[in-house]
Design a binder for this molecule. Structure first.
Ligand SMILES: [Mg+2]
Ligand SMILES: [Zn+2]
Length: 186
């Protein structure tokens, strides 16, 4: 199975330091939805792993998060794409949960859901170092996009070993499809 794990804010949609608190604030990064649709078309199953501490902080509730996700899935469907599942951590940092990235809980949940022992070689795409730190223990291949918080990562030397850097999700998709078409380039 071709499984792919994406962070949401800063990868699929524009991020905000003030959190994405309403469907109106959810705005896709140009080309990201089309990239997901293209990957789906080539047989990739896409799931999202997202920190949503705005819930734990009381900035928005589950109904609002569901409405944001309905908007995302509808916009994606309009270009022929789909996301199979959305895994999210609703906790605030002070809750010390095991799912808030950089903890690997969300990725462990994904492995469990797909009945995989680990996520060896499953691409994980994020815009912050903690996305990569969360994915690393499961064996994911690590990809940073230079959108969202990724725009501000000045020192690429601090990324986990083996991390590949892409301009955005569209560039990542182009890279992945090219590599899979001719695996010797990987
Ligand atoms: Mg992010
Ligand atoms: Zn959590």
């Amino acid at each position: 199975m071709k499984l792919l794990i994406l962070d949401r804010d800063g990868v699929i949609n524009h991020d905000s330091d003030d959190f994405i608190k309403s469907p109106d604030e959810w705005v896709p990064i140009p080309g990201s939805l089309e990239a997901i649709a293209q990957l789906n078309h080539e047989g990739w199953h896409v799931v999202v792993a997202s920190n949503q501490s705005g819930i734990g902080r009381g900035l928005f509730d589950m109904n609002t998060l569901n409405a944001i996700h309905r908007k995302m899935l509808k916009a994606l469907a309009a270009v022929g794409g789909r996301i199979d599942a959305i895994f999210f951590c609703p906790h605030a940092p002070e809750d010390h949960c095991s799912c808030r990235k950089p903890k690997p809980g969300l990725f462990q949940d994904i492995a469990r859901r797909y009945e995989l022992e680990n996520l060896e070689g499953v691409p994980a795409v994020g815009d912050s170092v903690r996305d990569l730190q969360a994915a690393q223990p499961l064996g994911c291949s690590l990809h940073l996009v230079r959108t969202g918080k990724g725009e501000r990562i000045a020192d690429l030397g601090n990324l986990p070993v083996g991390t590949r850097v892409h301009d955005d999700l569209a560039a990542f998709a182009t890279w992945l499809l090219q590599v899979k078409a001719s695996p010797d380039k990987a």
